[in-house]
Design a protein around this ligand. Sequence first.
Ligand code: BEZ
Length: 212
Amino acid sequence: MATLRLGDDAPNFTADTTEGRLDFYDWKGDSWAVLFSHPKDYTPVCTTELGRVAGLKPEFDARNVKVIGLSVDTSDSHEGWSQDIEDVTGNALNFPLIADHDKTVADLYDMIHPNASDTMTVRSVYVIGPDNKVKLQLTYPASTGRNFDELLRVIDSLQLTAQYKVATPADWRDGDDVIIGSAVSDEEAKELFPGGWDAKKPYLRVLPQPNK
Ligand code: BEZ
């Protein structure tokens, strides 16, 4: 599989998970989705990450985002490990975890980087849109747990920019001012944003977040 790039179709697959066998596209429907990989079951950083994401389920639900994890171990191994995740973090798994023991999905999504490890996945994150296109990808090494607040922040930006012709500046958070997209002329901007904007530079036009 060639490397996936932003805007590519997210490949479909069928896989065994902790919630039974599923077809990714059928399971996802027209929601947004986060697909994220874990190097191996019964490892410390992964345990904290899965519990954290389970605790954030209401935040993902509020954004119409379905979450699915992946680890290249068996369903039996996932079952045993899920009890540990609940014991340690207080959060039971509340989303499917793919049992990718033959690495089919990991290969499809290029989650094994052989110069890092040829048996475990790296920590990949894919955000996939309602149109099944890849909107974001992140790659972390096995030793660094991901920042899931940042993932929610990026999803907020992706969902905003999918709806309005705006972009979001450095360190933007939901509710902060936004930037008019550079493809939008001043004439078009007057129609789209009749309340006006603050032109810090001709190409840097700032206005309050449209849906707030
Ligand atoms: C971990 O989840 O702690 C981990 C997994 C694989 C390699 C290093 C750390």
